[in-house]
Design a protein around this ligand. Sequence first.
Ligand SMILES: Nc1ncnc2c1ncn2[C@@H]1O[C@H](COP(=O)(O)OP(=O)(O)O)[C@@H](O)[C@H]1O
Ligand SMILES: [Mg+2]
Length: 367
Amino acid sequence: MADAMIRLEAVTKRFPGAAEPAVDHLSLEVPEGELAVLVGPSGCGKTTTLKMINRIVEPTEGHIMVGGRDVMDTEAHVLRRDIGYVIQQIGLFPHKTVGANIATVPRLLGWDKDRIRQRTDELIELMSLDANMLSRYPSELSGGQRQRVGVARALAADPPVLLMDEPYGAVDPLVRGRLQEQLLALQADLHKTIVFVTHDIDEAIKLGDRIAILNVGGVLEQYDTPEAILREPANDFVASFLGDERGLKRLSLIPVTQVALERGPMVSADATGDEAKRVAQDTGDDWVGILDGERLRGWLWVADLDPAKSVGEHDTHDFRIWIENSASLRTALDAIVNTRGRVAVVYDDAVYRGLLRIDQVAAELFT
Ligand SMILES: Nc1ncnc2c1ncn2[C@@H]1O[C@H](COP(=O)(O)OP(=O)(O)O)[C@@H](O)[C@H]1O
Ligand SMILES: [Mg+2]
């Protein structure tokens, strides 16, 4: 990868007196603008790896390049400016206001007051927090709000690189889900190069462009896209770490739009009963769907078609299985299963896009 923003070259860390290395010959590249997740059991060296990237911990062997420079040859103020860090347990300064917390790095870098003020205002808005929060103290905030302040602080000097160490470990599952969504939305705008640490494989699958699965002793077992890892785990450790429902987890990563949707047995409301029958014969179905322009009005059994009427003059059944264009195959499968159906209708802004049949979902699993 020529344009890797972060490159670890055979990095090893041995802590004095430890029998085993915390990180063992770890080589890894994170391309610019991607979010890589380090995931693995407790003690496998995730935090140590992050801390070596911003030089809080120094490697025993190997090299770490950030933006083409060896971090060991980079001055502290440059590392602070270029690498934002969200630490485990958030780590806000309790005796400082939210505003002062966010301004930590800009102050260290010697920005003037106006520029700091402008930046903290921007960040509060970016994180969807209320401006009056700037003068409050961390203890007055909820866990989710504190977490957002932690990210705002890390983003203060607009660093190209962001390191996040189990940032959502302390918040409840609902808030956690929202924070994950917010991070994905933020990343779609900001395109930072992010290394995100978690021990939660589902969080890794949801967030990561790539996932590095680490084992105890700081050994890298697999580094690839979530889809590729779920499709083909490198070994038993990875397979067991991925847990149950591997196939379903993989479906959750595949958008319905990746499958070629069928038009299905669709006829316009002014078609005749005979025309409708022919359409259903062609697609091999015993029902037809009725379209009003781009909208689906409903469906009919072929057996109920009256040749003397236009299709639109019949009483129709409603479609109960429909999903948005942005849904995953897992959502589609769930919709099909829950409505005892075989097909899901795909909409985009209420406009009919096509049909997804249960066989297509199954076929996608075996490609
Ligand atoms: N400062 C330190 N001194 C000695 N051992 C350490 C130090 N920091 C971490 N370790 C050890 O290194 C290993 C990896 O720790 P860590 O990187 O914190 O794991 P993780 O974040 O994956 O849970 C553990 O065995 C831990 O006890
Ligand atoms: Mg850790």
